[in-house]
Write a protein that binds this ligand. Structure first.
Ligand SMILES: Cc1ncc(COP(=O)(O)O)c(C=O)c1O
Length: 398
């Protein structure tokens, strides 16, 4: 079949929830993707902040292949060594005490919400509790995750969602304080808002939130699904701010393409939270998925990914700053590490499409932000190539 025939057939067969770009990616190598006609693309999207190690990492792929031949799945009715090893590794890098592996970020959010609710239930003996979430946040598309997602147009068609959720302004402590009542059991936020437009949390704000949570026995839930796993130069973004969550979620890059997520909690939470029968999943934490988690964490250590991110992200920062200065239609530049965004007056969807035509994969965030979330293995030369291709695209708007 020809490319356009595949595209038309897919459009006919799949529920139309995505307006996809008209490209069929066929394979990848390092930080490059190749379409089915052989055209090369520099990838600054990493499958939406997933492919931290790039494409075709041999050591990672070998581990997966070995595990496929050995054992893919048994269910959570039995023990397996892969989940045990992955748990040890993820607890070490996250400084948390317990982990539950899920199949996606959304499910990690569901588990985090349930963990906070159960904690409050165990402590008070009733289930009448509230959660504070942030405007412009994104936590996923299931009913629970949508309930704490502060973007109206995602939510409206599916109301009524889970009750007991109040929305505050991100980075505005007074707004959060106004939402707190005796019923508040959790405050959930992304450490860096991703889909909402790449807004990092402010240190003062997160520290004040932590203090309020400690004073009132409210659980701080940090969503690290997009910004976590090395993207900010620390394993998890909150580690930049001198605070620690009570519950955290991660997904995306912890599996580098194998669908896996996790919610993690401290011992304090675990003592009063989920018990046998409270939560479960058929696939979650299966031998293949958790082999991926262990292999990713091993590669991070072997390749010294954190130091590399700290170095290369400075270069990306400088270059995107210069670019923002240069063009009037680029308004501001923000982010941290290798999650950066440029706010623009240009139609961002169209810019993405034109960039793709020029051999650059770059995605958008919110209505007016170009989002840069490349594989964490990019080098300075890739930043230069990205800028060349992006400028070629931007110049068409002069
Ligand atoms: C911050 C954040 N939370 C949750 C999710 C949902 O994760 P998933 O798509 O793996 O279900 C996403 C996905 O983009 C995200 O960026």
């Amino acid at each position: 079949m020809k490319t356009n025939e595949y595209i038309e057939k897919t459009k006919k067969e799949l529920v139309h929830t995505y307006n996809r770009f008209d490209v069929i990616f066929d394979h990848g190598k390092g930080v490059y993707l190749y379409d089915n006609e052989g055209k090369e693309y520099l990838d600054f999207a990493a499958g939406i902040a997933v492919m931290a190690l790039g494409y075709g990492n041999e050591a990672f792929n070998e581990e997966l292949k070995k595990q496929i031949d050995k054992l893919i799945h048994t269910s959570n009715l039995y023990y397996n060594t892969s989940v045990c090893e992955a748990a040890e590794k993820i607890l070490k890098i996250s400084q948390m005490d317990k982990v539950f592996f899920t199949n996606s970020g959304t499910e990690a959010i569901e588990g985090a919400i349930k963990s906070a609710k159960k904690y409050a239930y165990s402590k008070t003996g009733h289930a009448d509790h509230e959660i504070i979430a942030m405007n412009h946040s994104f936590h996923g598309r299931s009913v629970g995750a949508l309930s704490v997602t502060g973007t109206e147009h995602y939510r409206t068609p599916f109301e009524p969602l889970m009750g007991g959720v109040k929305f505050a302004e991100f980075n505005n402590i007074e707004s959060v304080k106004k939402c707190i009542t005796d019923k508040t059991c959790g405050i959930i936020m992304e450490t860096i808002q991703g889909e909402g437009g790449i807004y990092p949390v402010e240190e003062k704000f997160i520290k004040e939130i932590r203090k309020i949570c400690d004073e009132k026995d409210i659980l701080l839930i940090l969503d690290e699904i997009q910004c976590g796993m090395g993207r900010t130069g620390k394993m998890f973004a909150w580690q930049n701010y001198g605070v620690k969550p009570d519950i955290m979620t991660c997904a995306k890059a912890i599996g580098c393409g194998i669908p896996v997520g996790a919610f993690l909690m401290t011992e304090k939470v675990a003592r009063y939270s989920l018990e046998p029968g409270d939560h479960g999943t058929t696939y979650g934490g299966n031998p293949l998925a958790t082999t991926a988690v262990s292999a990713v964490i091993e590669q991070f250590e072997k390749q010294d990914i954190l130091n590399h991110v700290n170095e290369v992200s400075k270069y990306l920062w400088e270059k995107l700053d210069e670019l923002t200065e240069k063009y009037d239609f680029l308004i501001s530049h923000r982010g941290k590490g290798l999650i950066q965004g440029i706010e623009t007056t240009l139609p961002v969807g169209e810019v993405s499409q034109k960039a793709l035509d020029n051999g650059l994969v770059v995605i958008t965030a919110g209505k007016n932000v170009l989002r840069f979330v490349p594989p964490l293995i990019i080098e300075k030369k890739h930043v230069d190539e990205m800028l060349f291709k992006l400028e070629k695209t931007l110049k068409t708007y002069l």
